[in-house]
Design a protein around this ligand. Structure first.
Ligand code: IVH
Length: 689
């Protein structure tokens, strides 16, 4: 937001007066509040919105004389919309104060200590689920309503929709309190979100922006059967009004009561003794947030003892006994400077955004993918727009969409280019029913460069010192027209290229020379044959031998190799049928590339016990490294992905395993196999009993 405020502030030649800034910020906060709470289509990332509110609050505090009238800072969240009937909460649903970093968290700890006259406080740490707050009211054990938070006092009646959520019981077990309000967060699991978006992509429909939005939109459906298809879940974390039943004197006891009534309580809740433990939990979850199947945006820290909570009290909008430690944002806004198109080694074009640099998700981002032509059109991003950029975990940065309320006048819609951006500039083609636009020109220099870059990359021939820039220099100087030419380079020919002196030229040539002895699977991978990745290449080389043996084997023979199959085998046949490729292999051989090395392969006489099955490994398996355990699974025809889903066959758990994979496996019903029974699983392909 700094972008939003700074730019708007900077747009006028005279500095904005505090009164004007307050008026402008109030309008902006009210606008974005409405988009978020009433229309479920926020344009600004949370962090930018929070910064707007913070700035407004700061100004209102500095200028109490200007702070009169209705300000959005005095209300919590949104107001109830007219679509669903209003419900007044028996106990108001408060918001939480935020700590944006560790010093703010520690400052809260100090305020807490003062508020308790120096007494120690036991704290409970919970994940801050990025979903929608919901209040479920049960009377005599029956669910009577489900209400959103609304403005904290009055929410919306979404009972019919919430009844479709499998996690929400319609009736509590006998012995439940006369009246009990259970509050928590409704969310869409990330796996469901991904699946729905895959389906939307196939159907050419607009994509859901993020799981929180998707959950909010799903709850606002007029037709509950639509909500039901969205497969929402819930984590319960708080009690509202309670009449009768057992008395509880701590938060942990309240959570236990909630769980005993059959509502889902998050398994990651931890009772801790001091702030240092809180800080280390916050760090842990900041790093591991993507190990979970639901989005979290922080850690909520709460005082456990309910008597201490009363002593601490609350401000107008939030309790003093809790704080939300917010993770650094994974979404920010920045200016979209341009949209350009890159060309891959197969000729596929990918539009990408050129951005004003922005620090997001732990690094400075200057470029972000826009996937394909349809995505640009669906998102309607235009050069000059303020856009939301997302970088989550290891995932490549992407443009989420434009901030339409900030769109400058007169921005033209972006047109996909009709010509390849390379110097040849041939016509781009998009086949009927295909999402990708391609350059089909065999001599396209951009494709040629990408093929060489791929050959040299870590997952293929792993040539040290041969990156994108050097490849571009070599091809521009006419020193390499394909990968075989790399093996004709000498220090003399390279020396003199921009940035290359004798020593660096010798180093590059030595790096290329070292790759002559790489194992056959790396050579096969380096060709970039469609569908043939390193895993299938390893299986092929392990079973059939060197590069030529793999290429010359019959299509049927290759397809029999476990983990290969007909599609990959046919693709290899197609590649090998081309004269140019046979010529390339001859030349590589002539230039001393060893096509027969069989290192890193797996034994070929293993039973394919795990064909078509995904086995996830977490923690240490005795007698194995992580890689060798995964290779053992692949060698038996299985796959070994990094995360658990409902389709996982088994989760192997060893020492030092993280809790999150286990939790996920338990939640989606995946069998758990202790690491000391891994060998039995491999041998039989069955879950050891
Ligand atoms: S406690 C008075 N616990 O965060 C305290 N809230 O920013 C009431 N949230 O409105 C909330 N996870 O929607 C609490 N473990 C958690 C939470 C959580 C997510 C949400 C909730 C709340 C918002 C405040």
């Amino acid at each position: 937001m700094v972008a939003v405020a700074a730019e708007r502030g900077g747009a006028s030649p005279t500095p904005e007066s505090p009164a004007d800034e307050i008026a402008r910020l109030r309008e902006s906060v009210a606008h974005h509040n409405r988009l978020y709470h009433e229309l479920d289509s926020p344009e600004l990332p949370d962090v930018e919105f929070d910064l707007l509110v913070r700035r407004l609050r700061e100004l209102e505090e500095q200028h109490p004389d200007l702070a009169g009238g209705q300000s959005p800072t005095s209300t919590v969240g949104g107001v109830a919309s007219a679509t669903f009937a209003p419900i007044e909460h028996a106990v108001p649903m408060m918001s939480l104060d935020n700590a944006m970093d560790e010093p703010e968290l520690r400052a809260w700890g100090e305020r807490l200590e003062r508020g308790l006259d120096g007494a120690d406080a036991r704290l409970v740490c919970e994940l801050k689920i990025d979903g929608l707050a919901m209040s479920l009211r049960y009377e005599r054990g029956e669910l009577v309503y489900a209400a959103t938070r609304g403005d904290g006092r009055v929410g919306e009646d979404v009972t019919a929709n919430v009844r479709t959520i499998a996690d929400v019981p319609h009736r509590l077990p006998s012995g439940a309190p006369e009246v009990i309000e259970i509050r928590g967060e409704i969310y869409m699991p990330v796996s469901v979100f991904d699946e729905l978006n895959r389906e939307a992509t196939e159907a050419g429909e607009r994509l859901l922006v993020n799981p929180r939005n998707a959950a909010a939109g799903s709850l606002r459906q007029k037709d509950p059967s639509v909500t039901a298809r969205r497969r929402l879940s819930m984590w319960a974390y708080q009690l509202g009004e309670v009449v009768g039943g057992p008395t509880v004197d701590s938060h942990r006891a309240a959570l236990d009561l909630i769980a005993s009534l059959g509502l889902p309580v998050n398994p990651e809740v931890r009772v801790v003794d001091g702030l240092e433990e809180v800080v280390s939990l916050c760090r842990h979850w900041q790093e591991h947030r993507h190990d979970l199947d639901y989005d979290i945006d922080g850690v909520v820290v709460k005082v456990d003892d309910l008597a201490q909570r009363v002593q601490l009290g609350h401000t107008a909008r939030a309790p003093r006994w809790a704080i939300a430690f917010k993770f650094p944002p994974e979404e920010r806004t920045t200016r979209l400077l341009d949209i350009q198109v890159s060309v891959g080694r197969t000729g596929r074009t990918t539009p990408f955004a050129v951005l004003e640099p922005v620090f997001v998700g732990g690094s400075t981002v200057t470029m972000a993918t826009l996937h394909n032509q349809d995505q640009v059109r669906l998102k309607d991003v235009r050069p000059g727009d303020l856009v939301v950029v997302r970088k989550a975990g290891d995932v490549i940065p992407e443009v989420v969409g434009p901030v339409l309320s900030e769109r400058p006048g007169g921005l033209a819609e972006w047109e996909f280019p009709s010509l390849c951006p390379c110097p040849v500039g041939s016509q781009l083609e998009r086949a009927e029913g295909e999402a990708d636009t391609r350059c089909v020109e065999a001599t396209c220099p951009f494709q040629r460069d990408q093929r060489i870059i791929y050959w040299a990359s870590r997952g293929a021939m792993d040539i040290e010192g041969l990156g994108e820039r050097t490849v571009a220099q070599l091809t521009a100087a006419g020193l390499a027209a394909d990968v075989a030419d790399l093996y004709t380079l000498t220090a003399e020919s390279v020396e003199g290229l921009d940035g290359f002196a004798r020593i660096s030229a010798e180093k590059l040539v030595a790096g290329i020379d070292a790759s002559r002895g790489r194992p056959a699977w790396r050579v096969l991978t380096g060709f970039g044959i469609k569908h043939l990745g390193p895993t299938a290449a390893q299986s092929l080389a392990a079973e059939l031998g060197g590069v030529r043996e793999v290429l010359e084997a019959s299509e049927e023979r290759r397809a029999e190799v476990s983990g290969v199959g007909e599609v990959i085998s046919a693709s290899v046949s197609e590649w090998w049928s081309r004269e140019a490729h046979r010529d390339l292999v001859d030349r590589l051989e002539r230039h001393g590339v060893d096509l027969g090395v069989a290192e890193g392969s797996v034994a070929s006489d293993l039973e394919p016990t795990l064909t078509g099955r995904a086995v996830v490994v977490t923690g240490t398996v005795p007698g194995h490294t992580r890689e060798s355990a995964q290779a053992a699974i692949v060698a038996r025809g299985g796959a070994s992905p990094g995360s658990v889903s409902a389709k996982t066959f088994a989760l192997v758990v060893g020492d030092g395993a993280g809790a999150s994979k286990l939790t996920k496996a338990e939640k989606v019903g995946v069998p758990v196999v202790p690491a000391d029974r891994f060998d039995e699983l491999l041998a039989s392909g069955e879950i050891p009993g």
